[in-house]
Ligand binder design. Structure first.
Ligand SMILES: Cc1cc2nc3c(=O)[nH]c(=O)nc-3n(C[C@H](O)[C@H](O)[C@H](O)COP(=O)(O)OP(=O)(O)OC[C@H]3O[C@@H](n4cnc5c(N)ncnc54)[C@H](O)[C@@H]3O)c2cc1C
Length: 509
């Protein structure tokens, strides 16, 4: 038996929801993974009379495909979809059997309308949190469109392929043999990447908004909810709904919740925003803002949206140090937010890259939690304020390395050290540690505004206490502004302020 009693009990409830017969075509050899896969397939077939099994030869062994009787769907699992992918298998069985997916009709129509032949391959690991979203999206697309097929490949079972394709992160997706993308992707993002998103004329034809929010992070979501609750016509344009929160694993400082996870918080933000009928235009990037009779927002696809007021909440991104290991170990020891992730390193040795105010503040903050902090500063002197440096120097568990250049963040499945070059001697050193906090600044996502608005020398939009910018009718909130601290709860507060500011402006004008 491969599945334990609890899982089998849950599974049998799900299998009762199957609406028709499903044929599993199985390609197995004599190796141990094939034997385990056969055990799984036989167990499934023993639990539902709707599941039939047939031996065959597929492109990869061990693998099996999930088909309608008499019609291949193109959904294939190479390896054994247990761990985080077990849900993907259950969903594939239900959806292939005819059960309707929980996806908006508009998205279903978009998938069905795609013409041509598309073969996707996604490399995953069974312990990856981000992989099932991608696998389930691609499976659903295969089920709905006969021109689309998808094979999920467990990297652990197909190590040679992973090595020959140089895959260092999961999920990594290939389309017709060419690299398509990596990391978490929603079905809408995949469709947009394939050129099947919303078309520009559909957006340009929209009636002018009262409040148009640009950016769908916590600041934008909060602004949209506050605006829509006033009963005025509200829209949100977002390159990626959820913003930085989508990239956050554990959140422990969202007041009223002891613990939540980024994607979970984003799902409730989206549900809350949609509750008020806000027009959410996701996966659309704003390119230009201009004040005419209305405020006009031009999108990357050429569409122009009009609104009486605009709230800019395009957030920020952490500046990357750009050394080997940084991207690979992101969320596996490489962190950017000491307030957020510091407690995860309690009792451990960490490094802080950057000796400016944010780096030194982070080091002081972390020194109270972790065993030891090493600060790496590129210049011969720290750039932080003297008071902060004095405080840092008074701490017994901090080492400061000046005039050093970070060379590499090392690790296996997570960070185990950092290499740096002593810029004076040019010698390379390595320190063993468990965490690296990159603190070389936040970059606001405001370049696209050019000089239309007043910004600080760091590019942050300057706002007053009502969230108003120097252009009447244009407000801003969250990490893209000159607000003092950059946190979820703070950006939500400023989103609310900007929406109330915009409403006040509408009443007066
Ligand atoms: C890894 C990580 C962990 C963190 N952990 C925590 C934590 O535990 N607790 C905490 O309080 N804070 C945490 N933060 C900080 C927190 O996520 C931010 O302060 C917060 O998300 C800021 O919200 P925002 O809405 O201002 O911007 P963002 O979240 O950055 O959202 C910006 C939005 O604007 C969109 N956008 C950008 N440019 C354009 C454009 N040109 N056109 C259209 N849309 C655009 C983006 O796609 C996105 O939807 C963390 C940040 C990171 C990166």
């Amino acid at each position: 038996m491969l599945l334990d009693a609890d899982i089998k009990a849950q599974l049998s409830q799900y299998l009762q929801l199957m609406e028709g017969d499903v044929l599993l075509k199985v390609s197995a050899g004599t190796d141990s993974v094939s034997r385990e896969m056969l055990l799984l397939v036989d167990e499934l077939a023993s639990m539902s009379s709707n599941i039939k099994v047939e031996k065959t030869e597929l492109e990869r062994t061990p693998s099996f495909s999930v088909n309608r009787i008499g019609e291949d769907t193109g959904v294939t699992f190479a390896g054994i979809p247990l761990g985080h992918e077990f849900t993907s298998l259950v969903l594939a069985l239900l959806q292939v059997s005819g059960r309707a997916p929980k996806v908006e009709q508009k998205v279903i129509d978009q998938i069905k309308a795609i013409k041509g032949e598309y073969h996707f391959e996604s490399y995953i690991s069974l312990s990856c949190h981000n992989c099932p979203d991608v696998v389930q999206a691609l499976n659903l697309m295969s089920i709905l469109n006969p021109g689309i097929s998808h094979t999920m490949i467990d990297g652990a079972a197909f190590k040679d392929e992973v090595e020959s394709k140089n895959i260092l992160a999961v999920p990594t997706v290939f389309l017709n043999g060419e690299s398509f993308g990596s990391g978490r992707m929603t079905i809408e993002e995949i469709l947009t990447k394939m050129g099947s998103g919303t078309d520009a004329s559909e957006l340009s034809d929209k009636e002018p908004f009262d409040v148009l929010v640009v950016g769908g992070g916590p600041a934008g979501a909060s602004a949209a909810i506050y605006a829509a609750r006033k009963g005025i016509r509200t829209g949100i344009v977002a390159e990626r709904f959820g913003g930085q929160v989508m990239d956050t694993m554990g959140i422990e400082n969202f007041i009223s919740m002891k613990y939540t996870e980024g994607p979970k918080l984003v799902a409730s933000l989206e549900e809350h925003v949609k509750e008020y009928g806000v027009d959410v235009m996701n996966l659309q990037r704003a390119n230009r803002l201009e004040k005419k009779e209305f405020i006009e927002l031009e999108l990357e696809n050429g569409a122009v949206l009009k609104s009486k007021t605009v709230i800019l909440s395009t957030g920020a991104r952490w500046r990357n140090v750009g050394v080997p290991g940084e991207a690979e170990f992101k969320n596996k020891g490489v962190a950017y937010c000491p307030h957020c992730d510091g407690p995860l390193f309690s009792g451990k040795h960490v490094a802080v890259i950057g000796g400016g105010n944010s780096g030194v503040e982070a080091a002081i903050d972390l020194a109270g939690i972790v065993k030891h902090v090493t600060v790496l500063e590129f210049m011969p002197e720290l750039k932080a304020d003297a008071v902060l440096q004095d405080r840092l120097n008074s701490l017994p568990n901090v080492t400061v390395l000046k005039n050093v250049q970070t060379k590499e963040i090392t690790g296996t499945d997570k960070v185990n050290g950092i290499s740096y070059i002593d810029r004076q001697t040019e010698e390379v050193h390595h320190i063993e540690l468990q965490g690296v906090f990159v603190q070389i600044g936040l970059v606001p996502n405001t370049d696209w505004l050019g000089d239309t608005l007043e910004r600080t020398r760091f590019g942050e939009i300057i706002v007053d206490k009502h969230g108003a910018t120097n252009i009447p009718g244009v407000f801003a909130a969250g990490d893209c502004t000159d607000s003092a601290y950059k946190q979820i709860i703070i950006s939500m507060g400023s989103g609310a302020t900007a929406a109330l500011g915009a409403f006040d402006y509408l009443i007066r004008n």
